[in-house]
Design a protein around this ligand. Sequence first.
Ligand code: BG6
Length: 279
Amino acid sequence: MLTGQGGLPMARVETPVSTGEIYLQGAHVTHFQSKGEAPLLFLSRESKFTAGAAIRGGVPVIFPWFGAKDGAPAHGFARINAWDLVGAEMVPTGETILRFKLPGTVDPSGAEWMLEYIVSVGETLGLELVATNSSGQKDFTFENCLHTYFLVGDINSTSVIGLKGVKYRDKVENFAEKTEANPTIRISGEVDRVYTDTTATVEMRDDKLRRRILVEKAGSASTVVWNPWIAKSKQMSDFGDEEYLQMVCVESGNVGKNWITLKPGESSRLKVKLASARL
Ligand code: BG6
């Protein structure tokens, strides 16, 4: 284990084709880079690296709720607690796989569950969040999301493809229900949308970095697209005023009407594979 920013413990993985960095705080992947390419993930230069605060950028793990909740931390507590690293191995296909576990004691509600996270660093970045209802009697209901911040060369030369015809809640317009009309989404203002009932792969085209990113997912019925744009960026103390130009979040999970209920003993798996190629 290395000491990362703010003195927080961090694991660094180097494979023949890529590098990755993961903080125990939130089991937070802050960096993934294929050799010869720009980093895949955006990480704010203003991010806090403090125990109990969310890191701004990379892949925050959102669990067991998405968004704000009265008297409780926004986006749940998985991203602000320290996880345990419970395994690390290099597999014959060349990936390094790290396994994390969130201590169950962090849930103030006393719900009984187990949360594991498997990060695979290789030619692609693989992420798998496994939630298990470990209660003998009670159902367990939750939301989850891998809140991925992608680095882009310029948001004005970036498009998001794969959501045409999908219903979404527009958080910028008071959660209005809408249907995506565009095969190719261009971002030119604040965007905060929860797309539901979609398992589709999303593609991002970044004409400035000449890169195409594919977000392939399994066990996920929702996709969230977020860019804070100018005014929100200025309000966020852990985000640079101009950084909205360099990022877009395309998040895979189960949010809102797609929340998950597990019966006692059941597990759910949220899996994401992030791959990139030159345009
Ligand atoms: C997005 C939400 O996923 O996360 C936005 O849809 C929210 O509403 C954003 O502003 C960032 O959230 P936070 O808690 O990390 O500032």
